[in-house]
Design a protein around this ligand. Structure first.
Ligand code: SF4
Length: 89
């Protein structure tokens, strides 16, 4: 499976789960952890994402809307960049 295929599947996951935010584990945690300062690694937020049942839908939403800030679906902005369709080669 290619990254392009993965992105399509993730986008489909978002379309199939419009209410995914209701199940977001980060709703009951410190929201600031998901927006680490420059130089921070975001590990605490990533640990929360690892146990989140809507991680795929969250990541798909971030990719679909080209979110530039924060940790979504367990990935930082830089980590998401490689999955963005416009930035892949
Ligand atoms: S994957 Fe992470 S950022 Fe996304 S909803 Fe779950 S806990 Fe929140």
């Amino acid at each position: 499976m290619t990254i392009e295929t993965d992105t399509r599947l993730l986008t489909a996951a978002t379309a199939a789960a419009p209410g995914w935010r209701d199940f977001a584990l980060c709703r009951v945690t410190d929201p600031e952890a998901f927006f680490p300062e420059t130089g921070e690694n975001g590990r605490p937020a990533k640990r929360v994402c690892a146990g989140c049942e809507v991680r795929e839908a969250c990541l798909a939403e971030a990719l679909a809307h080209d979110e530039r800030f924060g940790i979504w679906g367990g990935l930082t902005t830089a980590e998401r960049r490689k999955y963005h369709p416009k930035r892949r080669r």
